[in-house]
Design a protein around this ligand. Sequence first.
Ligand SMILES: NC(=O)c1ccc[n+]([C@@H]2O[C@H](COP(=O)([O-])OP(=O)(O)OC[C@H]3O[C@@H](n4cnc5c(N)ncnc54)[C@H](OP(=O)(O)O)[C@@H]3O)[C@@H](O)[C@H]2O)c1
Length: 292
Amino acid sequence: MIWLIGRNGMLGSEVAEELDAHGLQYVGTDRDVDITDFSAVSAFAERNLPQAIVNCAAYTAVEKAEDDGERCRALNVDGVANIARAANSVGARLIHISTDYVFHGNGSRPYREDDPTDPIGVYGLTKRDGELAAFEANPKTWILRTAWLYGKHGPNFVFTMLKIMREQPTRKVVNDQRGTPTSAKDLARAIRLTIEREPPFGIYHFSGKGEITWYDFAREIYRQGREIGLLPADFDLRPCSSGEFPAKVQRPAYSVLDKTKIETALGIQVSPWKESLARFLTAIKESEETHA
Ligand SMILES: NC(=O)c1ccc[n+]([C@@H]2O[C@H](COP(=O)([O-])OP(=O)(O)OC[C@H]3O[C@@H](n4cnc5c(N)ncnc54)[C@H](OP(=O)(O)O)[C@@H]3O)[C@@H](O)[C@H]2O)c1
């Protein structure tokens, strides 16, 4: 049996669907088993004796984290340590989700799993410390680092752009941060395959294939959205620099992840980001037509 933590979040919901679709038995929890409470986490593990635990719960508000460091650390470090300790005591394997924000973002080639981490904000720092805490408490851990995640169950860049493109005449989008979007559905599949195929424990990178800016991503959302009749004809999209959107936290300028290790370990080909986006937009269109 699998214990899916953070089951109601954007990724957790997608993992639940993936496990359901493949007939894998799981029990899902969210805030009802507070990961910052070790006794609650441990009692749940003892009662259910999972063979594998997937942790999708986290503090994910990157900007807010700058002023809310204590809470962010409670979830992303202490919460992860609690889960890993509980996993270790019942002999469960742990899959924990981490982020490209563990890197500084001043690189110029895709980040590999063994590249040195050097986070630049509170969120990234706590996610990096969470990785260390997970391995320390439970050596039987896989960490999947991902980036630029979008899915149908939570707020994300694609939904934001679709709304803006439908309601406003123009928008500027930053063109100086490079990375790769990741479909939560694709990542959920990689999580399921990790449980089934059991590659060596350690860190793995997973995101879409390719390398673009947020502006490129917005442009393709618009192009595909128009093509399938999801978006109106008139919209003016413009590139700009990050400096035009003052923010509390600096975001990595370069956060492309090298996926060679997970492709080899799981025997998969990571999907090109445009293809994943096409599947996502088609599903949105079908869902809107069904509910119209
Ligand atoms: N989103 C991205 O772009 C992105 C990029 C890279 C990596 N990641 C990583 O991917 C993972 C999944 O992200 P996501 O976007 O799916 O996150 P999400 O939608 O924010 O989901 C997190 C879930 O955890 C729950 N939660 C909060 N506090 C909890 C607690 N004390 N105990 C138990 N559950 C609690 C949340 O509930 P509430 O909603 O009620 O707070 C939510 O349902 C995270 O590890 C994140 O760091 C995300």
